[in-house]
Design a protein around this ligand. Structure first.
Ligand code: SF4
Length: 333
């Protein structure tokens, strides 16, 4: 099984309920950013640049839990910033798990050893460790030597303590897919539970533009790595992968992956900011969704990020005959 059965059945039950209620737009994954502060300055990160003026501010634990309840998505991805430096991160994770959610804690992995005692293993909780390549490439991407080794140490500590661990990799123009093959083989040896992969997004705030891929070069890179996708346990769905390889089109469903941060509900999506809304309902109902997506907004032109397209098929948009079978087969990989 790719994911724990309790996790899959909770998500499937939620989707079925939404479909039966004929809801048109509903959230699948809440991107919760309790803070934007980080101990690193990764080259491709838009957050530490866009939110520089509020970098010292944090949501309280209660504000985070209110956002979880207000949104109602079955999955909560705690990101940032570096959420492991958020005071009370263990308590926050425990309280979201009490609400029967699936939690991904996105981290650079450097503080797992120090903070592991703040968490309890659960089949609905993953440490999601950022790794963009093997030692040399990853340390260049995060602009500090030694980060890869600390992240790997964190993965080993978490696995030994019985936690689920996945990794999250962003593909840039200089990313070597052969090196990622080596990385995933290495992580498979460490019994990592799954790999997430997404092309990078060209944030306005990031000044080094040449690191980002165009839509055509994303397709080319992901097509060329076909064999790699059959070898390892990817959390990336087969439908999203077909999209990345240019084998099908998907509509952007950014409304399924809302972002809540210190300024409010970020609209329209995790990547671009036109407005911060006071409530989740405002984000959902007041955003002109029809104006976003490739071919509609120039900022969306080269976006193929998971936050826009990974959940598209799951919420029943852009589906084809046979998609359900593909998704079930993937789950039982
Ligand atoms: S295509 Fe990408 S940038 Fe545009 S709205 Fe969707 S997720 Fe955001």
């Amino acid at each position: 099984m790719l994911f724990p059965i309790e996790m899959t059945s909770r998500i499937a039950g939620y989707v079925m309920k939404k479909k039966m209620s004929r809801a048109k737009k509903y959230p699948m994954v809440l991107m919760l950013e309790p803070l934007h502060a980080c101990n690193l300055t990764c080259t491709g990160c838009g957050r530490i640049r866009e939110y520089e003026s509020t970098i010292k501010q944090k949501l309280s634990i209660q504000e985070c839990l209110d956002a979880v309840d207000e949104c109602g998505s079955p999955v909560v991805s705690i990101c940032g910033g570096e959420p492991m430096i958020y005071p009370g991160i263990g308590e926050l994770v425990a309280k979201i798990l009490e609400r029967k959610k699936v939690v991904y804690l996105c981290t650079n992995g450097m503080f797992i050893r120090k903070k592991i005692a703040d968490f309890k293993p659960s089949n609905r909780f993953f440490f999601n460790v950022h790794l963009d390549g093997m030692r040399k490439s990853h340390d260049i991407a995060v602009e500090r030597d030694g980060v890869f080794d600390l992240a790997i140490d964190g993965i080993k500590v978490a696995k030994e303590a019985g936690f689920l661990v996945c990794t999250n990799t962003t593909v840039f123009s200089e990313t070597s897919m052969a090196e990622l093959d080596e990385l995933f083989a290495y992580l498979t040896g460490l019994e990592v539970d799954g790999f997430m992969l997404s092309p990078g997004y060209d944030y306005d705030a990031v000044k080094v533009k040449e690191i980002f891929l165009t839509r055509d070069s994303i397709k080319e890179k992901f097509r060329a790595a076909e064999a790699m996708f059959r070898k390892y346990k990817f959390n990336t769905s087969p439908i999203y992968l077909e999209f990345l390889q240019g084998k099908r089109e998907l509509e952007c469903t950014a409304w399924a992956t809302p972002t809540r941060n210190i300024k409010g509900w970020k609209g329209p999506c995790y990547l671009i900011t036109d407005e911060h809304h006071a409530t989740f309902d405002d984000l959902l109902t007041k955003t002109p969704w029809e104006k976003y997506g490739p071919g509609k907004d120039p900022r969306c032109e080269h976006c193929m990020m998971h936050v826009g397209f990974e959940t598209t098929a799951a919420v029943g948009v852009s589906t084809k005959l046979g998609d359900t079978f593909k998704m079930i087969k993937w789950q039982f990989t």
